[in-house]
Design a binder for this molecule. Structure first.
Ligand code: AMP
Ligand code: ZN
Ligand code: ZN
Length: 418
């Protein structure tokens, strides 16, 4: 029998920081008889300071009429799937089990974003309970215009309405789908909407480029279409909208590659993945301890740890899916191999995330607007695990056990909504 990781963690680490961060479930305040609908929007890779570029007028207006955070700290590693699942569970990746975009599990095999079978296999996701599942249990209808995890049958449930991920759907088409869902007689109480153009441009060209600026404009135009659609339906002041990102983006110059094959023989390890956070497991018959000794010694432009020695503040390394040895690139660097670079003819992505989650370039957007939110308030940075207890409160749902703190975000709500 597989013992759930969280239980294992609590048994083994009952008195350590790893488990102490897991806060008990708190009953939500019965502040609203019939909660307003909640729309959670992710603009993948929208770094907190992009808002100051003057290219997101709709977002700026929502912030002026609502709440904006100076920044929101992602969980480590600052990658897409781990952080999207953190946002809807309130658990750090080590606790919810989506510990990377690329994972190996002894029972389940390999997980990658492009592996449709893995992404839609509920067993990868079942260490946590996403908000749409709790909503469903309490009779709140849910509709998701993409969100990692929504394609999977988690504990036998999907959102009531969901679509398989299709990157070709334009931002406007995604907005129109959300508006169509809101037009249904049985209006959903919790909805998601996901945009990926800003992240794509950030990777391909780097964050400080005209291409990212074009993506910011295009995404904002879709938000303007959404706001106009909500206004025409008389919903703009009756729906709570949270617009956020999963992480930021750092420029990575073409030349900034750590070639890890020059440091250790990669044939002697099982490689889980390269990139910003590389992971390796032992290979039978090979001297893994020697490889660990070599890589854990000070290295240029990266730092490596056995998973038991990861700094506590990163809250990472207890989950069995975390590889035994981790190498984290310094911000602005990538970890790769000579062969990979040759195959790519030197063309690598010029923007990356996944780095240390305290780095300023990894901080994410947070803007919220609606009847529950204060108007014209700027709040100090907070951790993205706190979004889940905030959303559970807004929907009047009992939150599952999580790592977040409602107290850290309650001040952004109007007194009558707290
Ligand atoms: P990354 O930048 O590697 O952390 O991954 C971000 C990318 O994941 C996005 O740019 C999307 O193309 C892709 N993505 C987002 N949602 C999904 C999904 N539900 N299924 C597969 N891929 C996705
Ligand atoms: Zn992302
Ligand atoms: Zn990305």
């Amino acid at each position: 029998m597989k013992i759930p990781f969280r239980l294992l963690c609590c048994l083994a680490l009952a008195f350590s920081a790893g488990c102490a961060t897991q806060r008990p479930a708190v009953a939500p305040a019965a502040s609203q008889a019939a909660p307003s609908p909640l729309l959670l929007i992710s603009i993948d890779g929208y770094r907190a300071d992009y808002l100051q570029r003057g290219l997101s007028p709709t977002l700026e207006q929502l912030a002026r009429d609502g709440v904006r955070a100076v920044g929101m700290q992602p969980s480590f590693p600052s990658l897409t799937f781990p952080n999207h699942y953190t946002l809807v569970t309130g658990l750090r990746p080590d606790h919810h089990g989506i510990v990377n975009n690329t994972m190996l599990d002894p029972q389940l095999g390999k997980f990658t974003l492009s592996n449709r079978k893995a992404v839609s296999d509920g067993r990868w996701w079942s260490e946590a309970t996403p908000l749409w599942e709790t909503a469903d249990q309490h009779g709140v209808r849910t509709a998701t215009m993409f969100w990692p995890g929504t394609e999977a049958d988690i504990h036998g449930r999907h959102p009531d309405q969901w679509l398989p991920y299709n990157g070709a759907l334009t931002p406007n088409q995604r907005v129109d789908q959300v508006l169509a869902w809101l037009d249904q007689p049985q209006r959903p109480g919790f909805l998601t909407l996901y945009f990926d153009g800003v992240d794509h441009a950030g990777h391909t060209y780097g964050p400080d480029t005209p291409e990212v600026n074009d993506a910011l404009r295009e995404t904002d135009a879709a938000l303007a279409r959404l706001v106009e659609g909500l206004r025409r339906r008389g919903l703009i002041d009756r729906i709570n909208v949270i617009v956020l990102a999963d992480h930021g983006m750092a420029p990575v110059p073409q030349a900034n590659s750590v070639l890890i094959d020059k440091l250790v023989p990669l044939d002697d390890v099982q490689t889980v993945g390269f990139g910003v956070l590389a992971g390796f497991n032992p290979k039978p018959g090979k001297d893994f301890a020697a490889i660990e000794r070599k890589l854990e010694a000070p290295q240029q432009h990266m730092q490596c740890w056995d998973k038991t020695r990861v700094p506590v503040r990163l809250a990472y390394g207890h989950n069995p899916r975390v590889p035994q040895l981790l190498c984290l690139a310094d911000v602005g660097w990538r970890i790769t191999t000579t062969a990979f670079l040759a195959q790519k003819h030197g063309t690598v992505s010029l923007g990356e995330h996944g780095y240390d989650n305290i780095d300023p370039r990894m901080q994410a957007l947070f803007v919220a607007h609606g009847p529950a939110f204060e108007r014209g308030v700027v709040v100090k940075p907070f951790a993205n695990v706190d979004v889940y207890p905030l959303m559970a409160h807004l929907l009047n749902l009992p939150p599952a056990a999580n790592d977040g703190d409602y107290g850290a975000v309650r001040g952004m709500l109007r007194p009558e909504a707290r």
